[in-house]
Design a protein around this ligand. Structure first.
Ligand SMILES: *[C@@H]1O[C@H](CO)[C@@H](O)[C@H](O)[C@H]1NC(C)=O
Length: 435
């Protein structure tokens, strides 16, 4: 009785502490005045003149011309910029990593992701090879890659999310949120809508699998895994084997100039016999003693050692963008790192949520203007090259993919280099089984 009531008291206390505790904001960047004092542009790729310039702008279309962010402004360039924040550990806390990104250029190939880095980083040298803890955000290339990356570094190895989470591909602002909970579950949100959730244990190969197929187990000799058998009742019809495969063509006639003496006796050519149905096979029926496909029982994996701190990044300290872009125009804004899901939701609503309709209207207006201008140009073009109409049509269709040629350049960005091979031990087992 006494025990019970003290437990209630404790849980009440915990509950009130939780409700009183306010959100801890580790880093929040809305790119207002003074942002340049917080962000360090890296010298990475500068010597090769391959470092792109950032444009501080609200973009070509927006819901609020005063709400600026940073936008990649040069094609075929590398971009690296980062900001430092007070060191943060997400142990026993929720980690929320959020930012908005807009691809004004109709991105054909390039990243729109950000990274969280730990420990000491020389921000002037931040680049593709700088180790990171988390890489999160959209990545687009051609028709095959249109996904949200969520790469987690664990013991020095970058691990890709095993599930494909599609990203947004239009030219408007979208908010990407990665949430990591202390119970090692996570969720990915786009525009405050959950797109994926699950567990660090199952959706990345951070640790060896908990359970494996018993390698010692063998299929019992008498295991019946034939789903279908020949019907023992089915009998070969009498005379079945006497039906010839081919029969003489009754329509054929001896050629006029056939000379029996020279050519031998004329016989009609043969044709396939429509009555012939191939060698006789009994009917197949369901096997009444079928036991199903044999599967090895699952056992605890001796190589599995749980890590209760699997989700923990003990010394997060920097947030950065490190990208390769074929076509520039990606605009980042409203970067947030905090421990409170609700706070992040509210920030997204107050920023993206408030301006998205205005931005869409401005975008539609810009598209309309572009179309009108193209229409104005068109009559002149078709007058000059009347016989070229076919080519013109092709050009219009190909418009959206004029960067396709360059797709190979992608992901040459070093951050992808150390990614662990995807493919679980389980799928490999399956392959072995098939063999
Ligand atoms: C920066 O962005 C604005 C708005 O899109 C544009 O007008 C301007 O030309 C850009 N500046 C550079 C240097 O790219």
């Amino acid at each position: 009785m006494a025990k019970g009531s003290s437990r209630t008291a404790v849980s009440f206390l915990v509950f009130s502490l939780v409700t009183i505790a306010s959100a801890k904001v580790v880093f929040e960047e809305r790119f207002d005045d003074g942002w340049e004092s917080r962000w360090v542009k890296s010298d990475w790729k500068k010597d090769e003149k391959m470092a792109g310039e950032w444009n501080y702008t609200s973009g070509k279309w927006n819901g609020d011309p005063n709400d600026k962010g940073i936008q990649t402004s040069e094609d075929y360039r590398f971009y690296a910029i980062s900001a430092e924040f007070p060191e943060f550990s997400n142990k026993d806390k929720t980690l929320v990593f959020q930012f908005s990104v807009k691809h004004e250029q109709k991105l054909d190939c390039g990243g729109g992701y950000m990274k969280l880095l730990s420990g000491e980083v020389d921000q002037k040298k931040f680049g593709g090879d700088t180790p990171y803890s988390i890489m999160f955000g959209p990545d687009i290339c051609g028709y095959s890659t249109k996904k949200v990356h969520a790469i987690l570094n664990y013991n020095g190895i970058n691990n890709l999310l095993k599930n494909d989470v599609p990203c947004e591909t239009d030219q408007l602002t979208h908010v990407y949120t990665f949430i990591l909970h202390p119970d090692a579950t996570y969720s990915i949100l786009i525009d405050n809508v959950e797109k994926k959730s699950g567990s660090l244990y199952s959706d990345w190969d951070l640790l060896p699998p908990k359970k494996i197929k018993d390698p010692e187990a063998k299929k019992p000799e008498d295991w019946d895994d034939k789903e279908y058998i020949s019907d023992p009742e089915d009998k070969k019809p009498e005379g079945y084997d006497d039906i010839p495969k081919e029969i003489p063509d009754t329509d054929a006639t001896k050629p006029e100039d056939w000379d029996e003496e020279e050519d031998g006796e004329w016989t009609a050519p043969t044709i396939p016999n429509p009555e012939y149905k191939g060698p006789w096979k009994p009917k197949k029926i369901k096997n009444p003693t079928y036991q199903g496909k044999w599967k090895a029982p699952m056992i605890d994996n001796p190589d599995f050692k749980d890590d209760p701190d699997l989700y923990v990044y003990p010394n997060l300290k920097y947030v950065g963008v490190e990208l390769w872009q074929v076509k520039s125009g990606t605009l980042f804004d409203n970067v947030l790192i905090c421990d409170d899901v609700e706070y992040a939701k509210k920030l997204a609503e107050e920023t993206w949520g408030r301006s998205k309709d205005g931005e869409k209207a401005a975008f539609d207006e810009a598209e309309k203007k572009k179309e009108e201008e193209e229409a104005k140009k068109d009559p002149v073009d078709s007058d000059a090259e009347d016989e070229d109409t076919d080519d013109d049509a092709d050009d219009a269709e190909g418009d959206s993919s004029d960067a396709d040629v360059d797709l190979d350049d992608t992901n040459e960005d070093g951050s992808h280099a150390k990614i662990k091979e995807v493919g679980t031990s389980e799928t490999k087992e399956d392959v072995k089984d098939e063999l």
